[in-house]
Ligand binder design. Structure first.
Ligand code: ATP
Length: 234
């Protein structure tokens, strides 16, 4: 299986302090890879490097088999990389419809974007005229995902989708994420609390202090290791 997204030996720093020390990760089309690890391990930095918003100090970034090391976020977006940051990035004072309408910059029509959004998340159609800030946390996350899908991503990078949401809501969101992957998208998910995402992940990597400590199928060994890291109860 060839990878749509590949990080090879990625090192990165914040304010001259090294936070990633040679991270190797690969995500194939149709695959969900979970990147887990304690607070401050460097998970968000991995996503930011993959989206081109944080520079790698060394290592290589490949998208669709092409070396895009050092490419800026626009070029990576054009290559199909979409980052949905922690905190969702929806515009709270705009309606759901206007949040979606803004995505017409992608060249897709308003009707196409609404179809993508409302087919996957019917509740958004009911909320179309509501200000995004008045939606529940789960609905805001759906809107963020719908905005991401409007870009027709090849690679979807999700940061702490579960933040502030009830477990049941998180479970439902991850079912949708699994469905998005089944349609051929390569999905890399960062989570501090592992339980929900391990249910749908094909592969998991445990990042500790900027190093992948273990990766593989999310089997009992990996789950036990996560438990030992006091990261919830996977
Ligand atoms: P969290 O779950 O807390 O977001 P994380 O695993 O995503 O953790 P990162 O956010 O990637 O970790 O942070 C990795 C390290 O880099 C941490 O020690 C953090 O304090 C540091 N760091 C992150 N952003 C910055 C920044 N803008 N300036 C300085 N240091 C930073």
């Amino acid at each position: 299986m060839s990878a749509l997204l590949e990080l090879r030996g990625i090192r990165a720093a914040h304010e001259r302090i090294n936070v990633l020390h040679g991270v190797d990760l690969a995500v194939a089309a149709g695959q969900v890879v979970a990147l887990l690890g304690p607070n401050g391990a460097g998970k968000t930095t991995v996503l930011r490097v993959a989206a081109g918003v944080h520079p790698a100090a060394s290592g290589r970034l490949l998208v669709g088999g092409r070396d895009v090391t050092g490419a800026d976020p626009r070029r990576l977006a054009r290559a199909g990389v979409c980052l949905i940051p922690e905190g969702r990035g929806v515009f709270p004072n705009l309606t759901v419809r206007d949040n979606l309408l803004m995505m017409t910059f992608t060249g897709r029509s308003r009707a196409e974007i609404e179809e993508i959004a409302f087919t996957r998340f019917p509740i958004l159609a009911k909320r179309a005229s509501q200000q995004a800030g008045t939606l529940s946390g789960g609905e805001q996350q759906m809107l963020a995902l719908a905005r991401g899908l409007a870009t027709d991503p090849a690679v979807l990078l999700l940061d702490e989708l579960s933040m502030g949401l009830a477990p049941l809501v998180v479970g439902r969101l991850y079912e949708q994420v699994a469905e998005i992957a089944r349609q051929g998208v390569a999905v890399l998910v960062v989570e501090q609390f592992a339980a929900a995402v391990l249910g749908i992940a094909d592969h998991a990597a445990v990042l500790v202090r900027g190093r992948v400590q273990r990766q593989g199928h999310p089997d009992s060994g990996l789950r036990a290791e996560l438990s030992a890291l006091y990261m919830g109860s996977p």
